[in-house]
Design a protein around this ligand. Structure first.
Ligand code: HH2
Length: 275
């Protein structure tokens, strides 16, 4: 078995392909499965290590979709990519994960960290897929109403430590799991920046960390628009490099080429320092 840190060495970029009408930054653009598949192939050519395909928006305020609708959105895309593009399936549902894995997906990205569907752990364990466990406070519909923590970094780490132990107890090899603090999932802008600043608290759990800051509203808010719904490309790249510098392994990003280029430079600086 190839451990996740070898399959996705630091820094690796996970491209985002949302097949949804309502995602916060790319909703609707991939409604046609041919367009979505072309976007995924372009991301691979631009240097993505894997492409994260999702059929349910988790933007603040969203209410979720049922498995049939999610499958209707993602299956045509997964069928077009099967065999030649490395795919991650962004889902909370066992049935969607099962069908995606049968079509060759190699990673399950579950924003509920296995709290959403009790059948998901078995699907992941039996397939031998990689897994991303993400922290979220509350649920998408209400999570941004009034997020509060006494100490955001240690609370997120304690949650992920417990979910990691749960996944391992369900038979998923620890070497296959990465952890994600869930930027924007029940967090203020300050919480999000603090989580990146104190990434060492998460890294102490001994697992690779994935960060998804791309286009998120905290970036727009930091730059002076208190009502921002998204962040710019350059702000996203800045956040990605900061996260990489603090130890993140996998960067989830919509704009793959720019992130790959920036991270290549950041990583060359590290290897130059070591010489
Ligand atoms: N963010 C989003 C969705 N899935 N998965 C992980 N592991 N980490 C993240 O930060 C993350 C995620 C939200 O971004 P996006 O997919 O662009 O939007 P939407 O949920 O509206 O489809």
């Amino acid at each position: 078995m190839i451990p996740i840190q070898e399959r996705f060495p630091r820094p690796s970029v996970m491209g985002v392909v949302n097949v949804t009408p309502d995602s916060f930054s790319d909703g609707g653009v991939n409604a046609d499965p041919d367009v979505a598949a072309t976007a995924a192939r372009r991301m691979l050519a631009e240097g993505a290590a894997i492409v994260d395909v999702g059929g349910e928006s988790t933007r603040p305020g969203s209410g979720g979709v049922d498995a049939d609708e999610e499958l209707r959105r993602v299956l045509p895309v997964l069928e077009r990519l099967a065999g030649d593009v490395p795919v991650s399936i962004d889902t909370t549902k066992a049935e969607v994960a099962r069908r995606a894995l049968a079509l060759g997906a190699e990673l399950v990205n579950d924003v509920t960290a296995m709290r959403g569907d009790p059948a998901l752990a078995e699907v992941v364990a039996e397939s031998g897929a990689y897994l991303c466990l993400m922290h979220m406070q509350g649920e998408p519909r209400t999570m941004q109403a009034d997020p509060r923590y006494d100490d955001v970094a240690s609370e997120v780490a304690a949650f992920l430590e417990e979910r990691l132990a749960f996944a391992v107890a369900e038979g998923i090899a620890e070497e296959r799991i990465c952890l994600d603090p869930g930027i924007g999932f029940g967090k203020t802008a300050e919480h999000n920046f603090e989580l990146v600043r104190r990434l060492d608290v998460l890294l102490a759990l001994g697992r690779p960390v994935l960060i998804g800051f791309s286009r998120k509203s905290s970036l727009g808010r930091l730059l002076g628009d208190p009502a921002a719904k998204t962040g710019t490309l350059s702000a996203s790249v800045g956040a990605a490099v900061a996260a990489y510098e603090r130890g993140a392994s996998i960067i989830r990003a919509h704009d793959v080429r720019e992130h790959v280029e920036a991270l290549a430079v950041a990583s060359a600086v590290w290897s130059t320092v070591r010489q």
